[in-house]
Write a protein that binds this ligand. Structure first.
Ligand code: UDX
Length: 420
């Protein structure tokens, strides 16, 4: 069944969702306030870097259009998926002002429509759909959720760099909803997907998203703490992780120790969940430690560096990798950020290279030197912060290398690994 779908927000979640639903045969209208983004999408050019997105947009050009006109897009579609950002406020709690405006627009249009399904894909804290979103929609439209319009909470589990694969071949699809008509529409939307579709309440769906991300971040901080001890005991943490991973209850995924986790989701989501728990009078002490371990982890690289060069002042230190992980230009909460801040404090001369993320990093650190990999390798020492595949091809012979991401080939240098 081909559907007409409007998507609010063309960040990586919105655009990937749009491109993948078009690939499934649906007609998609992507809405964004940014005219430049809209023009690019209409030319079949993705405004963000995401593997496979370029091809998908070009291939499905006839089935995706972009516009700044939210009103018409919502009016002319049967379903609107909200993929607007929910950034953190200073205290870690989430800022709902973007999604609020989005739902107000939808509420106004619902007034004129017989039936429309609204899907919340933005990451929102448990309770938000029920206590914040539905009241806005009902108040503005004068209609009743589940009776006059449908609403579902359908969290995304998309990894940047693998978002298209994660969308088209998910481990599971979670749909929080409470009326049968919406449930059936959502099941139809995902009818060609070969994975379990789990129907829950709204609040459960919201919590599944937060608890999943918090658990994955916990796995990484856990293996990093074990890794820090392994380092002291002369044990290779990767051997330990491999051995643990054979236990199906544990699984090997997300047990790669290193400089820690960053990105647009884990840091924001874990902190927002901690803040939400506080509101209820509960303390998420495990997650508080998960964050603390992650804050300290990148600085381990500087400790190891100082073992090789005791006085860092005036030394040239190369950084390989600025993106928060490989295959993305995203530097949000990248572990390279605290490392560069510390190196600047230590009065070193920082020389950095990243295949995709240098432009973004320049906005944060305009004064450090950005160069090609050869120049970076020509420093007094090199720190590896991202696991880009191309870093495997460099010649590290004779260089001091402190590795935060397990690039085996770098072992040809004067090498030290963070947890191995
Ligand atoms: C994450 C979730 O995986 C995804 O389901 C969610 O919806 C969005 O957030 P993403 O932020 O794109 O996706 O990156 P992910 O691949 O999960 O990695 C997050 C961070 O953890 C990166 O900084 C990565 O380098 C680090 N990481 C990951 C490790 O340090 N070790 C691992 O074993 C795995």
């Amino acid at each position: 069944m081909v559907m007409k779908i409007s998507i609010l927000g063309t960040g990586y979640v919105g655009l990937v969702t749009g491109a993948c639903l078009a690939e499934q045969g649906h007609n998609v209208v992507c809405v964004d306030i940014d005219q430049k983004k809209v023009e690019l999408i209409n030319k079949g050019v993705p405004p963000i870097y995401e593997i496979g997105l370029n091809e998908l947009l070009k291939k499905n050009k006839e089935k995706i259009i972009a516009t700044t006109d939210a009103k018409s897009a919502i009016k002319d579609s049967e379903m609107t998926i909200i993929c607007l950002g929910t950034p953190s406020k200073k205290d870690g709690s989430i800022n709902l002002s973007f999604i609020k405006r989005g739902f107000e627009k939808i509420g106004n249009i619902l007034k004129q429509k017989k039936w429309h399904v609204v899907v919340v894909k933005s990451t929102v804290l448990p309770g938000t759909t029920k206590d914040f979103i539905i009241p806005i929609l009902e108040k503005i439209s004068g209609k009743k959720a589940g009776i006059d319009f449908g609403i579902a909470m359908n969290p995304e589990f998309l990894r940047e760099g693998k978002a298209i694969k994660d969308f088209l071949k998910p481990d599971r699809i979670i749909i929080g909803t409470y009326d049968d008509k919406t449930k059936k529409t959502m099941q139809k939307l995902y009818q060609d997907f070969n994975c379990p579709i789990i129907i829950t309440g709204f609040t459960e769906a919201e919590m599944i998203k937060y608890a999943s991300n918090a658990f994955l971040a916990t796995k990484i901080s856990f293996i990093n703490e074990i890794g820090n001890v392994c380092k002291k005991l002369g044990i290779d943490t990767y051997d330990v992780a491999n051995g643990m991973g054979y236990d199906k209850r544990i699984s090997r995924a997300f047990l790669n120790s290193g400089a820690g986790w960053g990105g647009s989701c884990f840091p924001k989501d874990v902190k927002a969940l901690i803040a939400k728990a506080k509101e209820t009078g509960e303390k998420l002490s495990i997650l508080e430690e998960v964050v603390r371990v992650n804050d300290l982890q990148p600085l381990k690289l500087i400790e190891l560096l100082k073992k090789n060069i005791s006085n860092l002042e005036g030394k040239e230190i190369g950084i390989l990798g600025l993106a928060f992980k490989k295959d993305t230009d995203d530097i949000r909460e990248s572990r390279a950020i605290p490392v560069v801040i510390k190196l600047i404090e230590e009065k070193t001369l920082v020389k950095a290279y990243d295949p995709k993320a240098m432009d973004n990093f320049k906005k944060l650190f305009p004064k450090i030197k950005y160069c090609n990999p050869k120049d970076v390798l020509n420093s007094d020492a090199v720190l590896i912060l991202t696991n880009w595949d191309e870093f495997k091809k460099y010649n590290y012979t004779g260089k001091i290398v402190i590795d935060g991401r397990r690039i085996e080939e770098a072992k040809k240098g004067i090498y030290d690994g963070i947890c191995w």
